[in-house]
Unconditional design. Structure first.
Length: 175
């Protein structure tokens, strides 16, 4: 069943050391994938599901590194009235160093609105999530020319660094 209108809230933290050989970009990197393609529609060698990713990042001990960012494997969104085609966009969150628990909430209203919150504070909003017709994996999912995403699967991601989820809560919303 595709999910369309809901709030997903997770409490997460990064622990331990990144696994040997993990790429630098994957350090303290996890995510909540929403409006995702079905698992059975993925190919064996596909890097990521076509989805809207709420990227969860942990601090590196110094410097700034926002969390609840937006990454768009095979997708685009509209932000401030403009189509955003870059792969990742940083949120306005603060940096969370160490192994502290962080609460991230994502409000999803079909294609009308996706809102990211960190510890209760809104850090990003956008609309019109859509398939990227130039992406090989996304192109296979376009039916009758419709690219707008109104729903999909939900998944949690771990790149190569241990991440713990203490709570995962899902509340369906009325259409």
């Amino acid at each position: 069943t595709p999910f369309s209108n809901y709030i997903i809230r997770v409490e997460y933290r990064f622990t331990g050391e990144q696994c040997a050989g993990g790429p630098g970009w994957a350090f303290r990197n996890s995510g909540i994938m929403v409006h995702g393609q079905t698992p059975e529609s993925m190919t064996k060698d596909q890097d990521f599901p076509v989805s809207i990713e709420v990227q969860l990042l942990g601090g590196k001990g110094e410097g700034e590194r926002t969390t609840a960012n937006l990454c768009t494997p095979g997708t685009h969104v509209v932000m401030d009235g403009k189509l955003v085609k870059r792969h990742c966009t940083n949120s306005t969150s603060k940096t969370y160093h160490g192994d502290q628990w962080v609460t991230v909430e994502v409000e999803v209203r079909g294609s009308k609105l996706i809102r990211h919150k960190v510890n209760g504070e809104t850090v990003m909003e956008y609309t019109e999530p859509q398939l990227d017709d130039a992406d090989a994996d996304a192109k296979k999912l376009i039916k009758d020319g419709v690219v707008l995403l109104t729903g999909g699967s939900i998944s949690l991601q771990s790149e190569s660094h241990p991440v713990e989820f203490r709570k995962v809560e899902l509340m369906r919303l009325e259409d």
